[in-house]
Ligand binder design. Structure first.
Ligand code: CP3
Length: 336
């Protein structure tokens, strides 16, 4: 969940000197930013510094990071005709080589201390960015496609899915030990549109990556799915081949446990809880761990960190997870 973010002074110093996508494209810099939170905190994993929008870039679309506005497409996809602009036959092994190099370098530098997570955006979320031209409060332009151009929407989602599968497989070959798929815009959909335009592609990604790795004789890695806010489809999300389902803070742990079968859950404290005092953060962590239980859980926030978070409060969260889970585990051992 956005460990680097903009809340660390060492990240801000790096960004003051370099453009965001330049950092993504420079393995030494991406590696350095990935390691920053690992040096500062007792985290249990690292996530490679990159962005979900490198895939639209690889498909030939321009994406820039505008200060104060976020990622922006100067020339977004407007009509189905525009799909012709996509470089469908893109070879990610060359166009996204910089990500694989960053992963390999970071794996070496981590020296086995913690595992390295690779990631990609999900098809619906990437389609949304390409059509909206950036973030959007309603996603009305991209949702319009689902209703006005359903066939072309499926075509767009299929193109993205193929590239994402290839991209994730190559991240594993480069050294990624877990993979997370971010469907951050799932919260804009309802049950029917999610089941039609998002879930089938998430499923294809899980099976495509596992199949591809098997064919190459490479050991499978655990896969995490994050369909942010898709609390209406937790059962379905737990049944499409992912090992872990990440939850946003808008669902109760008990409900998520009840509705999912046989998966590990990840989450889900409200990121804004980081504005509470360190003591209060500790109490909220304890409550979260009690509600989920400490097994089959990756304790995390329910979304990424914000730029104005106090790093000491993030540390309070991480330390409280370790402290309280150790205590809860030793209590349950005493009882057994
Ligand atoms: C939707 C999305 C994006 N990118 C990502 C998502 C999915 C997760 C989510 O739902 O938040 C994923 C992402 N983006 C980033 C990471 C790397 C991991 C990490 O930093 O710990 C990951 C996993 C770096 C980043 N990606 C971004 C930053 C901040 C960059 C900066 O301004 O310095 C970082 C560290 C920029 C970014 N990139 C994107 C957005 C919406 C923004 C924020 C724009 C803003 O608020 O100004 C697209």
């Amino acid at each position: 969940m956005r460990q680097a973010g903009r809340y660390l002074p060492e990240f801000k110093a790096m960004r003051a000197e370099h453009d965001f996508f330049k950092v993504c494209q420079t393995p030494e810099l991406a590696c350095e930013i990935t390691l920053q939170p690992i040096r500062r905190f007792e985290l249990d994993a690292a996530i490679i510094f990159s962005d979900i929008l490198v895939i639209p870039q690889a498909l030939g679309l321009e994406v820039i990071m505008v200060p104060g506005k976020g990622p922006t497409f100067p020339d977004p996809i407007n009509t189905p005709e525009d799909l012709k602009r996509l470089n469908e036959s893109v070879d990610v092994s060359t166009s996204l080589k910089y990500v694989f190099d960053a992963i390999t370098l970071t794996r070496h530098k981590l020296e086995g201390k913690v595992p390295l997570i690779g990631f990609a955006g999900a098809p619906w979320t990437l389609m949304g960015y390409c059509i909206e031209g950036g973030g959007s409060p309603t996603h009305a332009k991209s949702k319009r496609w689902l209703y006005a151009h359903p066939e072309e929407s499926h075509r767009f989602l299929s193109i993205l899915t193929r590239v994402i599968i290839d991209y994730l497989i190559q991240q594993v070959l480069a050294g990624a030990q877990l993979l997370q798929v971010f469907d951050s815009n799932a919260e804009r959909l309802g049950y029917d549109t999610f089941m039609t335009f998002a879930l089938p592609y998430l499923q294809q990604i899980a099976s495509g990556v596992k199949e591809g790795l098997k064919q190459k004789g490479v050991q499978l890695v655990p896969m995490i799915v994050f369909a942010k806010g898709a609390n209406y489809a937790l059962k379905e999300l737990s049944e499409i081949g992912y090992d872990v389902v990440q939850l946003s803070w808008t669902v109760r742990p008990e409900q998520a446990r009840h509705e999912t079968t046989d998966v590990t859950l990840q989450g889900n404290l409200d990121p804004c809880a980081m504005y509470a005092s360190p003591d209060r953060i500790g109490e909220l962590v304890l409550q979260m761990l009690k509600e989920f239980g400490t097994q089959k859980l990756i304790a995390n926030l329910g979304h990424g960190v914000y730029p104005d978070f106090n790093p000491d409060h993030v540390k309070a969260f991480i330390d409280a997870v370790h402290h309280h889970s150790e205590q809860l585990n030793s209590l349950s051992e005493d009882n057994s």
